[in-house]
Design a protein around this ligand. Structure first.
Ligand SMILES: NC(=O)c1ccc[n+]([C@@H]2O[C@H](COP(=O)([O-])OP(=O)(O)OC[C@H]3O[C@@H](n4cnc5c(N)ncnc54)[C@H](O)[C@@H]3O)[C@@H](O)[C@H]2O)c1
Length: 435
């Protein structure tokens, strides 16, 4: 993967994030800062080289957001903060979601929003340059099938689908699509993983990577519109819905395809008595997953979703050392997240621990800043620049690991990926899509 691109785009964006902070915090209480921003930008004698305080970015593009729940609103916020695109219109099946998104939008932007009456209208608006699909997992494939008639660049939230059959169909659609489809696997842009990829894969500080160990400890799934995330049928299962992020990271770090997956897990604490419309929640809340890769790399992943706060860690060990990337977010004390990377290189190198962070306004815009850099990558790709964006194929590989793990949890047996691929009839598609 092109980590150097990630690093350099991040460096450029630091300045952008800082520049834009006065725009995104626009509210009645921050009017003086906003006035300063507006006055400063209108002064003609400003040196053009001064990109840190005065230069407002030009929004070249217009986007439409399809699904304006939690993440749809995050994308509206982030797009506005980044400033490379305006949110032109929104579409959702629920009036309440539209109202909530518009109300939040009005706290940081004075621009009008079109409310589309239908999905087709949202996708076909000639003013709009790109579409962001932010609906629940089980709807992605259907919404995408309408969206591709537009021929526009499309962003689809993770997981790309709830079944491997639909994921494969999306990869096929993307292969034949005149524009591009990007999947919302943005954890790769979190500061600690950008650095981890850089150390392990570009600087090769650890020598050859041999083992990868990841974990996420966090509180239960949040409320969603119609509670779709409490049911395997609508989410694809916890490991597909939530953990596709981590399987994507592990796949990228392993630099190989998975060979065998074994997992154990279930529903221990969360939502055991939860019912929605007479149906009992069936969503898992903990799991242990072991993955063997074709190149000999071994990995494991631990999930626990009945913890008070958020902690995620990646430990990578190679021939010459160990790397630990961490992120902690004290949810209850509402403290800013902290992230760091530690390198333990013994006598062969300089061991060190580095605390990492993006500008506060970027971090607070969503997912600790990762969504901001995901937008950078999307609009870079839209402008024809090289960008490290999650492809549908990468999205499918993350789902392959997740689906194998869920199957293993059900059967109690290890799952050979070659057998899963044969059973799901993915062999031909994968053979034609070597990355
Ligand atoms: N990348 C990330 O880190 C991240 C984080 C959160 C959610 N997500 C993903 O984003 C998607 C949405 O999650 P959310 O948390 O915003 O859920 P949500 O329930 O908060 O919002 C989903 C919205 O989509 C609307 N919707 C449902 N079906 C629709 C349709 N056919 N057409 C238009 N609108 C429709 C709902 O009314 C709701 O407003 C999911 O796929 C989820 O996995 C990704």
């Amino acid at each position: 993967m092109g980590c150097s691109h990630l690093a350099s785009s991040r460096a450029n964006s630091f300045a952008l994030g800082a520049t834009l902070s006065s725009e995104i915090t626009m509210s009645k209480s921050s009017q003086p800062r906003l006035r300063f921003f507006a006055q400063a930008s209108s002064q003609r004698h400003i040196p053009t080289q001064d990109q840190y305080l005065y230069r407002a970015p030009e929004a070249k593009f217009k986007i439409a957001i399809i699904g304006t729940g939690t993440i749809g609103q995050e994308h509206m916020r982030v797009a506005t903060l980044l400033g490379r695109a305006h949110v032109h219109g929104i579409y959702d099946l629920e009036q309440h979601s539209l109202d909530a998104a518009q109300a939040e939008y009005s706290t940081y932007s004075a621009r009008a929003l079109i409310r589309y009456k239908s999905l087709t209208q949202a996708c076909e608006d000639p003013e709009v340059d790109a579409l962001f699909i932010c609906t629940p997992n089980f709807t992605h494939f259907e919404v995408l099938k309408t969206a591709v008639h537009s021929g526009k660049p499309i962003f689809v939230e993770k997981p790309m689908a709830t079944t491997l059959a639909d994921a494969a169909a999306i990869v096929q659609i993307a292969n034949e699509y005149s524009s591009f489809i990007q999947i919302g696997l943005q954890y790769r842009y979190k500061a600690q993983y950008v650095e981890a990829f850089h150390e392990a894969l570009e600087r090769v500080s650890l020598g050859k990577v041999k083992t990868i160990s990841m974990c996420e400890y966090r509180p239960p799934f949040l409320d969603k519109v119609k509670q779709w995330n409490k049911f395997n049928e609508y989410s694809g299962g916890t490991l597909v819905e939530k953990c596709c992020h981590y399987f994507d990271l592990i796949n990228l770090m392993a630099q190989a395809n998975p060979k065998r997956v074994f997992a154990s897990g279930g529903q221990a604490v969360n939502f055991v008595d939860f019912e929605h419309e007479g149906r009992r929640a069936d969503i898992d809340d903990h799991a242990f997953v072991i993955i063997d890769y074709e190149n000999g790399v071994r990995a494991n992943f631990t999930l626990n979703m009945f913890c008070p706060d958020f902690v995620e860690e990646m430990v990578v060990t190679g021939e010459f050392g160990r790397l630990l990337a961490t992120e902690r977010f004290d949810f209850h004390q509402q403290q800013a997240a902290t992230a760091s990377i530690s390198l333990e290189l013994g006598e062969n190198g300089a061991s060190r621990t580095t605390t990492l962070g993006y500008p506060r306004v970027v971090e607070q815009s969503g997912h600790h800043g990762a969504t901001y850099f995901e937008h950078q990558a999307f609009f870079d790709q839209l402008e024809g620049k090289t960008a490290d964006c999650a492809t549908p194929l990468q999205g499918m590989w993350a789902m392959i690991v997740a689906s194998a793990a869920q199957e293993s949890m059900r059967s109690g047996q290890p799952v050979a990926i070659s057998e899963l691929i044969a059973r799901e009839k993915l062999a031909r598609l994968l053979a034609g899509n070597q990355e």
